[in-house]
Design a protein around this ligand. Structure first.
Ligand code: BGC
Length: 765
């Protein structure tokens, strides 16, 4: 009964046009009367506007925090409506790889699927900001057409360590790449008249105890590595909102961190949107006035008790009326931009077909060819023939990660279908074994579900691998022209990845690669490994066994088609790594201070309530700025595949770079020629070596990149890249300032951080 009446009220309220003037004379919100509306607001209205609505009438019986049942089922959160003043509810939906809403609604006889785009790490590996912007436009369009106002993304945290469970949602270990990709996605999304919430600001680099871990790092590392990507994006694309992270940064929760949210974000970078908390609710150990004073306007998903806390803080003089009003004003400034406020009539019917084409193109372009001894692309004679597909993910391909960053997709193209679209068949016996197993394993998984791990149930779980006997492999080799082994990995919110079986291969996977390679190579037939994972895995111990390795990531719903596009040579791989692939995970400096093998249900968790435990309640960034290639390159450590690396089916030559100072920027020009036999695209990376004698600097830092268009064999293109002088600066902690050291700078044009093609020097004053 209660639900019906609440629903009826909501319906009536939703139907009232928001900018009509009422008989009671109260002003109706417009873009140009915010102060007037602010004055007309009661205290209760002000307070309610700062706290999201996750009361029962909005979330129904859902056990997921904030998960909405009103308006758009499955949206992640909602803000308060004040119909008297023409203020509508506004809606937030996850996430970085596409709109995450429920695919089905109670009593509604249709579906609400959204397009599954490549995960962040795959998108970044395209190094193609124009393409990422196109993806952003499509995601923004779906956000708007499904009736939401803000997309909770992009994920812009740094890949500090390969074990972080959410690296798939993020772009890179490098802040410049992160900033460029974030800018492109935000510009694309916001071009559609909806907003973003760039997240998780800041230093949310691990999932273990993410809601309370204290990330302890130097001011220099904070600014140069963890904030610089956000800074670039904020300045270049003006995001409507930012999401403050769960964790603490140098002892202070990000959501209550004045240094991060006001001094840096607003005062230094000029951010003029709102900051919302990540989905935490009330924190017992953080007074609400600290959150508001710090510059965090909105509490998400929002609980009544937080409103009571605001009243109390005001009454006791801990919170000033000015700060309250400042926060409310910023909320109103945000609200007048939203489609809901503008009365936009969404269709609930975005063009999923057109967006599927965009996702296929971006996923092929993000895939990285790690090894190729000539086996790829498959010769045309394979058309009409058989390949043997090993590994459960060949048949149950992972389109994305799990947790809030998943998308409820209409379908996932598996590799059987991807190949059959090229008239390449998969061997019948093996296909039947795996297909039957996949059916069985999915039912079993449902039975074994752990109700406490609901956040992992959002999205597609990875099924356990099965053992394929040598006898079976010997049967397959007679029919198949090639073997393809898919190694799959799943990861997501709340849990970091384990070393054994997640970063490293399991013994079952290792044996499979060994046995398939032995048997297929006996008959001179190639073996290709496809990695279907959002994050880096170990390759050094087994890569010599196989002929080719393709990092396919979790590339979205068109995954199987995209893999086939690359393997048959319809698409020439042009993805390049935006993170280092170490030989061993322990080679990363940060691994010494990264939590491992943490069982969240064990005594560790209880014990850590009473005393600080390394990696759980605090994480020291001993490595400072030496994250990723900045460490491996400077300290000359061998890696499996360096930052920036990726193979192509063609070859490229670089001209000598021409570097000039133009006003306050450095211009780098280089001509790239396709010297091979097939068309392809190349990514040119510009690394800078700073003059000696200044601050301690990494041997090289990426400061610019550009991707050519599709170059036919023999064709050339001149790329011009510009580096702002201030981008060469390092943060001097003593001077509390960004400093560009004077002296001779070396600008290197490179195919990856370990493969410099040309260099030029320039004196800077
Ligand atoms: C995640 C956010 C997400 C939010 C809403 C949180 O647990 O950390 O990334 O946007 O939930 O679903």
């Amino acid at each position: 009964m209660k639900k019906i009446s609440v629903f009826a009220t909501m319906l009536v309220l939703a139907l009232i046009p928001f900018n009509t003037v009422y008989a009671d004379g109260s002003p109706k919100l417009r873009a140009d009367n915010i102060d007037e509306v602010l004055q007309a607001m009661t205290l209760q209205e002000k307070v309610e506007l700062l706290v999201g609505r996750s009361d029962e009438e909005f979330v129904g019986s859902s056990d997921q925090m904030g998960h909405q049942m009103q308006f758009v089922a499955g949206a992640a959160g909602i803000t308060t409506a004040i119909p008297r003043l023409g203020i509508p509810n506004t809606l937030f939906t996850d996430g970085p790889a596409g709109v995450h809403i429920d695919a089905t609604r109670e009593g509604v006889n249709r579906t609400f699927y959204a397009t599954g785009f490549p995960v962040g790490s795959c998108l970044a590996c395209t190094w193609n900001t124009a393409l990422v912007e196109e993806v952003g436009k499509a995601i923004g369009n779906e956000t708007r057409e499904y009736g939401c106002d803000v997309l909770l993304g992009p994920g812009m945290n740094i890949h500090r360590n390969p074990l972080c469970g959410r690296n798939f949602e993020y772009y890179s270990e490098d802040p410049f790449v992160t900033g460029e990709m974030g800018t492109a996605l935000v510009n694309g999304i916001q071009s559609q008249g909806v907003g973003v919430s760039a997240k998780h600001y800041a230093v949310n680099s691990q999932e273990t105890e993410r809601t309370r871990v204290d990330e302890q790092l130097s001011e220099r590392a904070l600014r140069e590595i963890y904030l610089r990507g956000f800074e670039r994006m904020v300045k270049k694309s003006h995001p409507w909102t930012i999401m403050s992270a769960y964790n603490r940064v140098n002892g202070v929760y990000a959501q209550g961190n004045h240094h991060l949210l006001t001094e840096i974000l607003r005062d230094e970078w000029g951010f003029d949107g709102i900051v919302m908390t990540d989905w935490i609710g009330k924190r017992a150990d953080l007074p609400i006035e600290q959150v508001l004073n710090a510059g965090n306007e909105l509490m998400m998903p929002g609980y009544k008790v937080q409103e009571e806390d605001i009243y109390k803080a005001l009454a006791e003089g801990r919170l000033s009326q000015d700060v309250l009003d400042r926060s409310v004003r910023r909320m109103l400034e945000y609200i007048v931009k939203t489609p809901r406020f503008k009365g936009y009539k969404f269709s609930d019917n975005p063009d999923l077909k057109a967006h599927a084409a965009i996702t296929r193109q971006s996923s092929t372009e993000g895939m990285v060819l790690l090894k190729n001894n000539g086996a790829l692309p498959f010769n045309e004679s394979i058309l009409g023939e058989y390949v043997a597909l090993f590994g459960v993910c060949s048949y149950d391909f992972l389109s994305g990660g799990v947790g809030s960053g998943c998308v409820n997709v209409p379908y996932v193209v598996d590799m059987v279908t991807g190949f059959s679209n090229y008239d390449i068949k998969t061997t019948p016996q093996l296909t039947e074994i795996y297909r039957k197993y996949v059916d069985y394993a999915k039912v079993k998984l449902q039975m074994d579900k752990n109700p406490l791990m609901w956040f992992l149930d959002q999205g597609q779980p990875k099924l356990d691998e099965i053992e394929i006997t040598e006898r079976c492999i010997r049967h397959e080799v007679n029919e198949a022209r090639a073997a393809i082994i898919t190694i799959g990995r799943q990861a997501g919110e709340g849990i970091d990845r384990a070393v054994e079986g997640e970063f490293n291969l399991s013994s079952l996977e290792r044996n499979m690669i060994q046995q398939v390679s032995d048997v297929f190579h006996e008959q001179g037939k190639p073996v290709v490994v496809v990695i279907n994972s959002g994050s880096v895995i170990e390759t050094a111990s087994w890569r010599d066994l196989v002929d080719a390795i393709l990092m396919a990531w979790q590339p979205g719903e068109e995954g199987g088609n995209a893999v086939a596009d690359v393997l048959v040579g319809k698409a020439n791989p042009s993805g390049r790594l935006t993170m280092t692939w170490p030989i061993s995970v322990y080679d990363h400096w940060s691994t010494r201070n990264f939590p491992q093998d943490y069982d969240m249900y064990s005594y560790q968790r209880l014990e850590s309530r009473n005393r600080p435990i390394k990696g759980i309640t605090y994480t020291k960034h001993e490595e400072g700025i030496y994250v990723g290639y900045r460490y491996f390159d400077t300290y000359r450590k061998d890696v499996a595949y360096p930052f920036g690396y990726g193979l192509s089916y063609t070859t490229f030559e670089y001209s000598k770079p021409v570097v000039k100072l133009k006003d306050d920027a450095i211009e780098v020009k280089v001509t790239v020629t396709n010297t091979g036999n097939v068309a392809g695209k190349e990514v040119v990376q510009v690394y800078v070596h700073a003059p000696e004698g200044g601050m301690d600097k990494p041997a090289k830092e990426l400061k610019a990149f550009a991707k050519t268009g599709m170059l036919a064999a023999g064709e050339k293109e001149t790329l011009t890249m510009t580096i702002a002088k201030e981008d060469l600066a390092s943060y001097d902690e003593t001077a509390k300032a960004w400093v560009v050291a004077p002296g001779e700078y070396t600008f290197m044009t490179a195919q990856n951080v370990n493969d410099v093609k040309g260099e030029a020097k320039l004196m800077l004053k």
